[in-house]
Design a protein around this ligand. Structure first.
Ligand code: ATP
Ligand code: MG
Length: 258
């Protein structure tokens, strides 16, 4: 059930200048992402995952190749790509609600409408009751949910997430995985998600992109069925099932072999 193409990454090369000469972070990376995909990217530390995300976000330009969103070349950051980092990076001087309203406010959305939008997404991440709090009054998992609501309030075409649950404890992390799957299904957004956890990638992804050690190349692009199915709230049952373990081991092997 292939959707509409949304993001095209064509032959992207990224070289950074360093004192010892140029460092090639990415070597001819190509990917085609369709609407509604949940793409999980795994690979060893330093293989260029964050570099790729930063290029898609428009924070940096690739040395060669190009990235297109809806057939338009990405030339700089804008609200079409919403980025969620490992640390939530909320504005501490604003309330939870004002953080979520920030993007729409910058784009000139009238006050009444942006309040509606913020409340809609705060309800979606189950934090409506906390809307008048300061961000530092929330736990790490709650702050990450505000960060997700803040990005969704901009109605981006694609969510770019760089190890968003990497700083959370194991229990909160599993809970956030299920919350994100629920939000993904509810909003039908396309997601590009970097993680160090192969289990997390197999659980969340519709596709798992495995990258090689630096210079990063796409080693494998594997379909994963689990996130499209309902887990009935029992994620451990899914993660310990035979099919899931087989996929997890297959992906781990791809990473180890390199
Ligand atoms: N701004 C920069 N200037 C120079 N080199 C950089 C810069 N950013 C990243 N690099 C180098 O590019 C390579 C890829 O880095 P990147 O942060 O994309 O890796 P990563 O896969 O996200 O790693 P991790 O899993 O540890 O987050 C690394 O060798 C890194 O040292
Ligand atoms: Mg990184």
């Amino acid at each position: 059930m292939a959707g509409r193409p949304i993001l095209g990454i064509d032959d992207v090369v990224m070289e950074y200048a360093s004192r010892d000469g140029p460092v090639t972070a990415l070597e001819r990376v190509s990917l085609a992402i369709v609407e509604g995909d949940f793409v999980c990217v795994v690979g060893p530390s330093g293989c260029g995952k964050t570099t790729l995300l930063r290029i898609i976000a428009g924070f940096v330009a690739p040395t060669r190749g190009e990235v297109r969103l809806d057939e338009r070349r990405i030339l700089g950051p804008d609200h079409q790509r919403g980025v969620v980092f490992q640390q939530p990076a909320l504005y501490p001087w604003l309330t939870v609600q004002a953080n979520v309203e920030f993007g729409p406010k910058m784009r000139g959305v009238p006050a009444g409408r942006r309040r509606e939008v913020a409340e809609h997404y705060l309800r979606m991440v189950k934090l409506l009751d906390f809307r008048t709090k300061a961000t530092w009054e929330l736990s790490g998992g709650m702050q990450q949910r505000v960060a997700i609501a803040r990005v969704l309030a901009n109605d981006p075409r694609i969510l770019l997430m760089d190890e968003p649950f990497g700083a959370l404890d194991a229990l909160t992390r599993e809970h956030m995985q299920d919350e994100l799957l629920r939000i993904w299904k509810e909003t039908k957004k396309t997601v590009f998600f970097i993680t160090h956890s192969v289990e997390e990638a197999c659980y969340l992804g519709t596709r798992i992109v495995v990258m090689s050690p630096r210079p990063g190349r796409v080693l494998a692009d594997v379909d994963a069925p689990f996130s499209r199915h309902a887990s009935n709230g029992d994620s451990r049952a899914v993660k310990s099932s035979r099919d899931f373990v087989a996929l997890r081991e297959r992906v781990l092997e791809l990473i180890w072999v390199e």
